[in-house]
Design a protein around this ligand. Structure first.
Ligand SMILES: Nc1ncnc2c1ncn2[C@@H]1O[C@H](COP(=O)(O)OP(=O)(O)OP(=O)(O)O)[C@@H](O)[C@H]1O
Ligand SMILES: [Mg+2]
Length: 270
């Protein structure tokens, strides 16, 4: 049973328009002048060499960047007609709408599997009944393709799962608050190939409901899972990262318009 939670569809996949975004750490301009459209119901991959600002840019999409002291953003990121950086927008609400999954699976070690799924909901001060909570745990774990593996041990600690299962648990936790967008920063880099494939399959399923943005160093992964690919590059140490080009993934990998993209994709640098 998928419960009311799944049917209600309180979330909606949303598109994000980024305009002239500059991202700073204090005086250091880390990412310069990015404009791009992130389509709803699709997977957008961010690729590029280390230090070109992929993680930095990703964190601006849910206002996680600004929690770093001195960090700031200029420009716009508009989701559904609303600039996420407008004065009257609450960053906490933005982070609920735009969820994030990190490189290393980070379940709360002292919490059970079920409590982990509900952790984000509780952080948002939502009061829910026991039966709604049970439904939400089940529907979120179903959506994260983990339910069958854990349904008989929901009270065991989240840390008792394998790495790949823990990452799916973190995805279930992110999904449980019903975000519109899921940001993933190298979600498979700590996983073995089998778990990686499980996460990639999951992304392909989740894009029916969510807007997904994924940072990856794995070119095969970008080619397999994404619909659109954005290539970032950096001219040298201390220089800002820039968006070099963005296109349909098939075009980016077969006939990119920039030489630097071709060089990176074919493994000539980075
Ligand atoms: N908290 C921070 N304070 C100051 N500078 C930072 C901070 N985090 C990142 N940077 C700098 O911003 C630039 C972009 O870093 P970022 O982590 O976004 O790159 P990346 O493309 O994600 O790299 P990688 O592929 O290695 O993860 C780098 O020059 C980095 O040193
Ligand atoms: Mg990074």
């Amino acid at each position: 049973m998928l419960g009311a939670a799944k049917k209600e569809r309180l979330h909606m996949s949303k598109r994000i328009e980024v305009n002239d975004l500059n991202v700073y750490y204090g005086d250091f301009l880390a990412v310069e002048d990015v404009s791009m459209t992130i389509e709803a119901r699709s997977v957008t991959a961010l690729i590029g060499p280390s230090g070109c600002g992929k993680s930095t840019f990703l964190r601006t999409l849910n206002r996680m960047h600004e929690v770093i002291p001195g960090a700031r953003v200029q420009g716009k990121a508009v989701m559904d007609g609303q600039n996420l950086y407008a004065d009257d927008v609450d960053p906490v609400e933005v982070r609920r709408q735009v969820g994030m999954v990190f490189q290393r699976p980070n379940p709360f070690p002292t919490m059970s599997i079920a409590e982990n799924v509900l952790a984000g909901v509780k952080l948002n001060n939502k009061r829910i009944s026991k039966s709604d909570a049970n439904d939400l745990v089940e529907s979120s774990l179903q959506a994260a393709n983990l339910w069958n593996e854990v349904k008989d041990r929901l009270a065991r600690p989240g840390s008792s799962l394998s790495g790949g299962q823990q990452q799916r648990l973190c995805i279930a936790r992110a999904i449980a608050v019903r975000p519109d967008v899921l940001l993933m920063d190298e979600p498979c880099s700590a996983l073995d190939p089998i778990s990686t494939l499980a996460i990639e399959d999951l992304m392909s399923e989740l894009k029916n409901d969510y807007t997904i943005v994924v940072v990856t160093h794995n070119m095969q992964q970008a080619a397999r899972v994404s619909d659109r690919t954005a290539f970032f590059n950096i001219a040298g140490t201390g220089k800002p990262g820039r968006l070099i080009e963005m296109d349909d993934t098939s075009t980016m990998f077969s006939s990119p318009s920039q030489q630097a993209t071709e060089d990176y994709i074919s493994g000539r640098f980075g």
